[in-house]
Design a protein around this ligand. Structure first.
Ligand SMILES: Nc1ncnc2c1ncn2[C@@H]1O[C@H](COP(=O)(O)OP(=O)(O)OP(=O)(O)O)[C@@H](O)[C@H]1O
Length: 644
């Protein structure tokens, strides 16, 4: 059956042109809307399979306003816009479009974008369904199991987390009709690690007197049905003294999703799951829809808990050791909520073959994340081939990636198997994908679409079965807007984006990281260093880490090398401030080889305007190959814009 497309475009000529292109490709154009209002009416009557959506339309509302509704009703859409302004792109991106075409575009671009959008939509739906079936099975297994009720609750919290992300889950009954423990709280303290807090425990943490909590509970009216509260709504529901306000204030929560279970008999008391998140604007209509679908399973789980052997209610707050998938991420140090979120994304995406795009500043650990995605995937016993797209010379990149036949070009003395073929049945990590030349991008797109490669000089394409993990520290939307990165490739790669927070965004992880690196480098150097003083840690926490974890690691390595005592009590930081204050002192201080090398490379890069390759590039002046310069810059934490 032909797919039904709705065009939302207020320019008559453009809309007509689109209609012709679509009909030529056998799509059915159900209508053309000039405003959001018209589009809403058509969507209600026709339910198109996909919407092509201009951003600026006749009337007050924009395509971005309509996109929010399309997302909620699960209709895929592609933006069409002439406006490449970054702010608009960011607002559009926040609505998770299935594609973005920058006007003017070619017929070919439109057709590829449509194919990609359908592919993503269908795959997204399919994998969502698969995951949800798994969730239902897990809930049914918990229900049928023999664990005590508090264990069952903990297991329920754990299996819900990937679907409804929460920092605190309050679950239970305020009526206390036979349910031991009343309400119990699960505070997330790590990936799959929860602190279990009883009502007594909460009273202690919140510093309440006897009777005060009961008074708050009595004033807390549960919503009659599933409801979520973000932003202003959240402020409103937490403005009056109730349990919601108590939890929001005590734990710094900003969003709430409430899932009450239906009361089915006179003996039943109100029982609910309340998911709280520290992030703003987390819960949405799709969470409400999911809650509706899983509610019958939770109802069964609740009954089984009533029947479970009553055990003494836990006193105070206790830690229930959860099975520890943390160990899977053992090389990735950190427990901050920002990193925990990344772990969650990894565990969701690793088992499926979806392409992953890891973004984040240089030195945030993108390569580590790629390693763990591969290690957690069914391909873990097959190779993970790593390619640094920025370090490959432009004239060799193709033969490096796709291989060549003997004699394919001057100098091709032997047949060469490219990296893609080496990665067959495994994964390929394309680091610095934003630096890939445009001509190679076209070829990569073909690998993604057709799952085959062509060796240079080869006679027939070779089928490959590869999982793609790409990473970049560039802003790819900006690269697309400026014509340096292909939009169709961007959408193919950006199926599952993972953004790694900078170290400055997760400073809570600094003490753990410092400890980790101290241990590594003490072992390497054979020194017995017990740790770093509190004062030094405080200084490290105050610094803003432009070179991220790599910079921290380098600094600790140097401090361990230079340490004279078993406790490192001072770590000199390259802060701009301290540099200014003590410029004189700095002049008289002898620099280390590390600092000298770094400063010299930065100086040369500045003179070459950041150019690395070519006769007047930094590598030629330094008389080293560009690839060596690239790895030195990486090691020394120097970015391409030669800042550190
Ligand atoms: N969470 C972490 N725990 C421990 N070590 C880490 C962590 N994240 C990164 N590292 C270490 O920091 C250094 C930089 O990490 P990595 O090379 O993965 O960064 P990157 O984001 O890929 O950098 P670039 O964009 O420059 O390629 C590596 O030595 C890595 O082992």
């Amino acid at each position: 059956m032909n797919k039904k497309i709705l065009i939302v475009e207020d320019q008559f000529i453009e809309a007509n042109h689109l209609r012709i292109m679509l009909q030529r490709a056998d799509y059915e154009v159900c209508s053309v809307a000039r405003s959001v209002e018209q589009a809403e009416e058509i969507i209600e009557n026709e339910r198109p399979d996909l919407v092509l959506l201009d951003i600026f339309l006749t009337g007050k509302r924009t395509g971005i306003d309509l996109a929010v509704q399309l997302r909620e009703t699960n209709i895929p859409f592609i933006y069409l816009s002439a406006n490449s302004n970054e702010e608009v792109l960011n607002a559009a991106k926040a609505t998770h479009p299935n594609g973005f075409l920058v006007k003017p575009f070619r017929e070919k671009d439109l057709l590829v974008a449509l194919q990609i959008a359908h592919y993503h939509h269908e795959n997204g739906l399919e994998s969502q369904l698969r995951k949800e079936t798994l969730l239902q099975t897990q809930l049914a297994n918990i229900t049928a199991g023999l664990a005590a009720w508090d264990q069952k609750l903990l297991m329920t919290a754990q299996v819900l987390q990937p679907f409804i992300s929460f920092d605190l889950l309050a679950v239970g009954t305020s009526g206390n009709a036979g349910m031991p423990g009343g309400i119990i709280y699960f505070l997330r303290i790590g990936f799959n690690e929860y602190q279990v807090i009883t009502q007594d425990g909460l009273q202690t943490i919140a510093n309440l007197k006897n009777g005060e909590m009961e008074a708050l509970q009595a004033k807390t009216m549960l919503a009659p049905d599933i409801a979520f509260y973000n932003n202003e709504h959240f402020k409103l529901v937490t403005s009056v003294p109730t349990m919601r306000k108590l939890i929001a204030d005590t734990f710094g929560m900003h969003s709430l999703l409430e899932l009450p279970l239906p009361v089915t008999s006179a003996h039943d008391s109100p029982f609910s799951f309340s998911f709280y998140s520290r992030r703003d604007d987390v819960y949405a209509a799709h969470h409400r829809a999911l809650c509706q679908r899983i509610r019958p399973f939770l109802q069964l789980a609740k009954r089984s808990m009533y029947q479970a052997e009553p055990v003494a209610a836990p006193v105070g707050h206790i830690n229930l050791p959860a099975s520890s998938p943390n160990s899977v991420f053992s090389g990735i140090i950190g427990r901050s909520p920002q990193l925990t979120e990344v772990f969650e994304l990894i565990s969701q995406v690793a088992p499926v073959d979806t392409s992953v795009l890891i973004t984040g500043e240089s030195g945030t650990g993108k390569e580590r994340i790629a390693d763990s995605i591969h290690a957690l995937s069914p391909r873990k016993n097959q190779p993970l081939i790593k390619v640094n797209c920025a370090a490959l010379p432009a004239n060799l990149i193709e033969s490096e990636l796709f291989g060549h036949e003997k004699g394919a070009f001057t100098g091709a003395l032997e047949k060469r198997i490219g990296r893609f073929e080496q990665a067959n049945h495994g994964s390929i990590f394309l680091d610095e994908i934003g630096d890939m030349p445009l001509e190679t991008q076209v070829k990569l797109l073909r690998v993604l679409q057709q799952k085959e490669i062509e060796r240079i000089g080869g006679k027939a394409p070779v089928k490959v079965n590869i999982r793609i993990i790409a990473a970049t520290n560039r802003n790819l939307e900006k690269e697309v807007a400026e014509g340096r990165f292909r939009l169709d490739l961007y959408y193919r790669l950006n199926v599952f984006p993972i953004r790694l927070p900078s170290l400055a965004e997760r400073k809570d992880d600094i003490p753990l990281l410092v400890n980790h690196f101290v241990q590594i480098y003490s072992k390497k150097t054979g020194k017995k260093i017990s740790g770093v003083s509190d004062k030094a840690i405080k200084n490290l926490m105050a610094y803003n880490w432009p070179g991220n974890i790599r910079e921290l690691e380098n600094l600790i390595e140097r401090s361990v090398l230079l340490a004279k005592n078993d406790l490192i009590d001072h770590i000199p930081l390259p802060t701009q401030q301290s540099q200014k204050i003590s410029e004189k002192a700095e002049e008289s201080r002898l620099k280390t080889i590390f600092e000298n090398e770094r400063d010299y490379i930065i100086e040369v890069l500045k003179r070459c305007n950041g150019r690395i390759r070519g006769a007047d590039g930094a590598a030629a002046i330094l008389n080293i190959p560009p690839t060596t310069l690239g790895s030195k810059m990486k090691k020394l934490g120097i970015r391409r814009d030669f800042s550190i």
